[in-house]
Design a binder for this molecule. Structure first.
Ligand code: NAP
Length: 269
């Protein structure tokens, strides 16, 4: 079995490859990269590197030759229309190259909203292609907490957020990578979808409690109507309150606790 990971120099791609290396020999893993200059570390791990640029269709079909399982990591492009075009290029090239099975990393909460969103449309394009497929619908990355002013909350003892009924299903990329590697290296998974989400959500009171535990000083949550930040507009446009056991089942362990998940961001904040 030969596995290819696209976006392999990205944050999620690199973590998935690290997990795969615990499970299969490097000769079975091929890193699909847009910029080979960023791939030195992957090459040092013994991986074959192939140029895969969603914007350069000529790179795709040849890169996908001989691949049994292709993990298409969704494009980070800001414009969803462009992302969809990029994803469709990958799907078309995978068909032409004879890829056996496509795995696609989408977003767990998209299908609850418009069926017209980029992930739903990419999934439909994969279904229509006739390829074997598996959809890995990821939870919200934990990163958004980075802009919530955690250091300020620790300094002032108050985590201030806009009023609202906020609750989140967010996880670390490490947890997603562990589950993804387990899925890629096991079973058939044909026509399967996994919601790689945590079995419980958290709210700002939980976050204040986690901050108290990390900083060893009391931090309370307080609603502050004046607070404005683009992140709250984004968060109010998605509903991430649904939960599943899929992520933990595939990780084979509990999701990383909130306190541990935010520790890295506290250092960087
Ligand atoms: P990331 O660190 O930005 O990595 C994105 C990867 O895509 C990079 O390797 C990048 O290559 C590659 N890439 C960009 N344009 C490309 C192109 N035209 N052709 C081929 N590869 C291209 O993102 P991540 O953190 O690993 O996340 C993976 C994906 O999850 C994102 O792309 C986005 O679709 C999605 N996402 C999910 C959430 C969530 O909360 N679940 C949040 C944000 C994003 P370079 O290394 O050369 O730049």
């Amino acid at each position: 079995m030969t596995l290819m990971i696209t976006g392999a120099t990205g944050q999620l791609g690199k973590l998935i490859i690290m997990e795969l290396l615990q499970k299969v020999p490097p000769e079975q893993i091929i890193a699909g990269v847009r910029n080979p200059d960023k791939a030195a570390e992957l090459q040092q791990s013994g991986l074959e590197i192939r140029l895969v640029d969603y914007d350069i269709p000529e790179t795709l079909e040849s890169a996908f030759r001989g691949i049994s399982r292709l993990l298409l990591i969704s494009s980070p492009h800001q414009d969803d229309a462009v992302r969809l075009v990029q994803h469709k290029r990958v799907i078309d090239a995978a068909c032409r190259a004879g890829v056996e099975h496509v795995f696609y990393t989408g977003f767990a909460f998209s299908h609850l909203g418009s069926p017209d969103n980029v992930h739903a449309r990419t999934e439909q394009a994969i279904v229509d292609s006739g390829l074997r497929y598996t959809f890995l619908r990821n939870a919200l990355y934990m990163d958004f907490i980075n802009v919530l002013g955690l250091q300020e909350a620790v300094s002032s003892g108050v985590l201030a957020t806009p009023p609202g009924d906020w609750c989140f299903n967010s996880v670390t990329r490490r947890d997603l990578a562990l589950a993804t590697a387990a899925i890629l290296t096991s079973g058939q998974h044909d026509r399967s979808s996994y919601e790689l989400t945590a079995p419980q959500t958290w709210d700002f009171t939980d976050l204040a409690e986690a901050l108290s535990g990390l900083a060893s000083i009391p931090v309370i949550h307080r609603e502050a109507p004046g607070i404005q930040h683009w992140i709250y507009n984004y968060l109010s446009s998605i509903n991430t309150s649904s939960t599943t056991g899929d992520l933990e089942r595939w990780m084979g362990r509990p999701v990383t606790p909130l306190k541990e998940s935010i520790a890295d961001f506290m250092k960087a904040d």
